[in-house]
Design a protein around this ligand. Structure first.
Ligand code: ATP
Ligand code: MG
Ligand code: FE
Length: 349
């Protein structure tokens, strides 16, 4: 079964074609980052309009790359939420229009289920069960995953998402949007011993996160350096490094707790922040301090952030099991992952 995947939940137009027998055939992405950069963040109405411009050419491009005509599409999956409602609408309307024309089934997919399953597109995919760390621009969650659609929330951020904190700290440092990669690059030049920032909510039991205080702590540190006439390029890099170290340590501590708590050894890390190099270097060794056989699974770098491949894949698993939208597009701007169910029949071929 060949599934066309369409992602338009935020500021990336992603399209991919996934074959349940042959794997990923092609994928393409158009990022609106440059367009939103002037505004320091995503402008929803501009995002929707740009998805309209980019989506059909991207679909053509993916079909060309895969060497497949429109009649080779057996089913269509699109992101139905969570996300910006206008942006989601573009993908949903296109998916439903195309599905009706081609007379194929179409299914709305949960964006975070896409992120969560993205490591399964890699050569050594994780087996169920596992704990998932979803760290993106809008989410920081730990989820116990028993099977497709069987998700139990273990903990989440009570305020800012980790990616959002990276983006806000980038702004404070005068770096471009999106902030994650920019802060990480600056942090490489920073001295990890000069400043030490708090590891929020790690001194008490529990699996929730909070990154808002760390953000404020970062701002206070920058102001203090500035007031002392010390805020040069090196100091900025030192602040970026202290912030990154604090986020990475916090994520590692909570992931280790989550594995212990759920008696699992496999961790899946997905979402934009899982592309972070320092996190990738330190997460598995950090977990092995208490979970000797801990193993971490990541998507490739380009599938950590939003992409069409993860939507094509998540959709393929559910479409192959017989799921599809019963009527028209179904959009949900706010949509808890835990509310998903396993497909009625797992008939995956
Ligand atoms: P959500 O998936 O929760 O709806 P989103 O789709 O906007 O949010 P993603 O596309 O998964 O989020 O990830 C984008 C986020 O990842 C941004 O906040 C960005 O700063 C962050 N990010 C990307 N690369 C890195 C990196 N190398 N280090 C840290 N953060 C990063
Ligand atoms: Mg994005
Ligand atoms: Fe995302």
């Amino acid at each position: 079964m060949r599934v066309l995947g369409i992602e338009t939940s935020c500021d990336e137009t992603g399209v991919a074609l996934y074959d349940t027998e042959r794997g990923l055939l092609a994928d393409a992405l158009y990022s609106q980052v440059a367009m939103h950069a002037d505004f320091g963040g995503v402008v929803p109405e501009l995002a929707s309009r740009d998805h309209v411009r980019r989506l059909l050419p991207l679909i053509e491009q993916v079909l060309d790359e895969a060497g497949i005509g429109r009649d080779g599409i057996d089913a269509i999956a699109y992101t139905a939420g969570p996300g910006l409602i206008g942006a989601l609408m573009v993908g949903a309307a296109t998916a439903h229009g195309l599905a009706r024309a081609l007379e194929v089934p179409v299914l709305g997919v949960h964006h975070m289920e896409g992120h969560l399953l993205a490591p399964m597109l890699e050569p050594s995919p994780p087996e169920f069960p596992f704990v998932a760390l979803l760290v993106s621009g809008g989410h920081t969650q730990l989820i116990d995953v028993t099977a497709l659609g069987d998700y139990r929330l273990l903990g989440e951020s009570v305020d800012d998402a980790a990616g959002e904190a990276f983006d806000k700290v980038a702004k404070m440092l005068g770096l471009s949007y999106p902030g994650g990669p920019a802060v990480a690059e600056l942090a490489n030049r920073g001295d990890p011993t000069r400043l030490r920032f708090p590891r929020p909510m790690t001194d008490r039991p529990g699996l929730d996160f909070s990154f808002s205080g760390l953000k404020t702590h970062t701002l206070t540190a920058l102001r203090a350096l500035d007031a002392g006439g010390e805020l040069d390029d090196q100091a900025r890099a030192d602040v970026a490094r202290a912030f990154e170290e604090a986020v990475v340590d916090t994520l590692i501590i909570k992931c280790r707790r989550a594995l212990e708590h759920s008696a699992r050894s496999r961790l899946v890390a997905a979402g934009g922040v899982s592309a972070n190099r320092r996190l990738r270097e330190r997460l598995e060794p950090g977990l092995r301090k208490s979970v000797a056989n801990a193993q971490v699974f990541y998507p490739r770098g380009s599938f950590c952030t939003d992409n069409g491949a993860m939507i094509a894949y998540a959709g393929a698993l559910r479409l192959a099991a017989g799921e599809h939208d019963p009527a028209g597009p179904r959009l949900t701007a706010r949509w808890p992952l835990e509310s998903l169910a396993a497909p009625a029949r797992e008939r995956i071929s």
